[in-house]
Design a protein around this ligand. Structure first.
Ligand SMILES: *[C@@H]1O[C@H](CO)[C@@H](O)[C@H](O)[C@H]1NC(C)=O
Ligand SMILES: *[C@@H]1O[C@H](CO)[C@@H](O)[C@H](O)[C@H]1NC(C)=O
Length: 347
């Protein structure tokens, strides 16, 4: 945060944070031909500081939890769309696009799916029913869907989900999920999404690359690869741009879908400065590739981040701190989005 003068009036104004003194990120991102998104939790919408930043800075929203299988279809054929509807309404009010998240995923899956005995036939029917109802219900509203999520283990082998165990391979249930989704939306770009695809784990990103290649060759309607980008401070993969380019070379879009950059606690000024450079590097990697269409942050504020719940010694992963002050990460993003170099044109 920079103080232009020491005058008391200006000091009070700039204390609102650097964010208030310049164009919002959504305007800067639009000028660079990418979107900037954020994951929104329904439970946080009553927090005025939270919604103020959401409205000001972002033109793209992902529901953090409310479109997952356990939320939408907690019992067989019993569908609950109210929380998803709330996210869609919030997004419409600020002219933001919505990314559906997520259809076929082993985690936050309704318990009845995990506990039932399946054959390939009746699990196919259950997946098709879930996708038909959900994608169909939101077909006018959503521009993107994470159709399948996290289908590989970190070493690139098939994830041992109920889907894999029932079908005996990854490709078949992934193919059927994409084909079913396509029947119920012509508007949404359909994505495969995963973590550790950014370049740090060659076997995993290669498994995804090979799967997408195979599906594209079969004419499966797959439009994009989502790199979640849950990263660590000081460890942004140096080959991230090359990895994005490699996926894009398959003729698909690439998006960074869940960006956060965590650090060991306690945080220090040095770590926060490094984090600013890391956010800048990630944005630059996307901006350098014409088919990298946008970046979504996995939350607004450290106050509500999922990180400490899963990695208890880590945190401070987002762009606004627990008191809603913009961190050096904000300035890092602004640096990337205001650099002279323009994004390669034409998709
Ligand atoms: C799927 O079909 C098998 C074989 O008929 C049956 O045992 C199983 O209970 C069915 N699963 C569900 C969830 O209906
Ligand atoms: C990469 O995959 C290996 C397993 O092959 C795993 O042990 C390692 O933690 C992964 N690295 C990262 C950065 O996720």
């Amino acid at each position: 945060m920079k103080f232009a003068t020491a005058s008391a009036v200006l000091l009070a104004a700039s204390a609102v944070s650097a964010a208030a003194t310049q164009k919002p990120l959504r305007d800067l991102a639009k000028a660079k031909d990418i979107y900037i998104g954020v994951a929104i939790g329904n439970g946080n919408l009553g927090d005025a500081k939270y919604t103020e930043i959401m409205k000001r800075e972002f033109n793209f929203i992902t529901p953090e939890n409310s479109m997952k299988w356990e939320a939408i279809e907690p019992k067989p054929a019993e569908f609950h769309f109210a929380q998803g509807d709330e996210i869609v309404a919030v997004a419409k009010a600020q002219k933001a696009e919505v990314r559906g998240h997520t259809l076929t995923w082993h985690s936050q899956l309704a318990p009845w799916v995990n506990s039932a005995t399946w054959t390939k036939e009746n699990l196919t029917a259950a997946i098709e029913r879930h996708i038909r109802a959900t994608v169909g219900y939101y077909s006018d509203d959503l521009t993107h869907w994470d159709v399948v999520n996290e289908v590989h283990e970190d070493d690139g082998t098939p994830r041992q989900s109920i889907f894999y165990k029932t079908f005996g391979n990854v490709a078949d249930y992934v193919e059927l999920s994409f084909r079913e989704a396509r029947k119920h939306t012509t508007k949404a770009k359909l994505y495969i999404n995963d973590y550790n695809l950014e370049g740090q784990n060659v076997s995993k990103s290669d498994a995804t690359y090979q799967l997408v290649k195979k599906l594209k060759n079969k004419g499966v309607p797959i439009h994009g690869v989502g790199l979640q980008a849950h990263l660590l401070v000081g460890q942004v993969p140096t080959n991230m741009q090359a990895t994005i380019e490699k996926f894009a070379s398959l003729g698909v879009d690439v998006a960074l879908t869940e960006l956060d950059i965590r650090m060991e606690q306690p945080f220090t000024a040095e770590k926060l400065a490094q984090q600013g450079n890391d956010y800048e590097a990630v944005f630059r990697a996307c901006l350098a590739v014409k088919r990298c269409v946008g970046i979504t942050l996995w939350g607004i504020t450290d106050k509500y981040s999922w990180i400490p719940g899963v990695f208890p010694t880590e945190g401070s992963a987002l762009v606004w701190d627990e008191n809603y002050a913009a961190k050096p990460a904000y300035d890092g993003i602004v640096r990337a989005l205001t650099t002279k170099a323009t994004k390669p044109k034409s998709r």
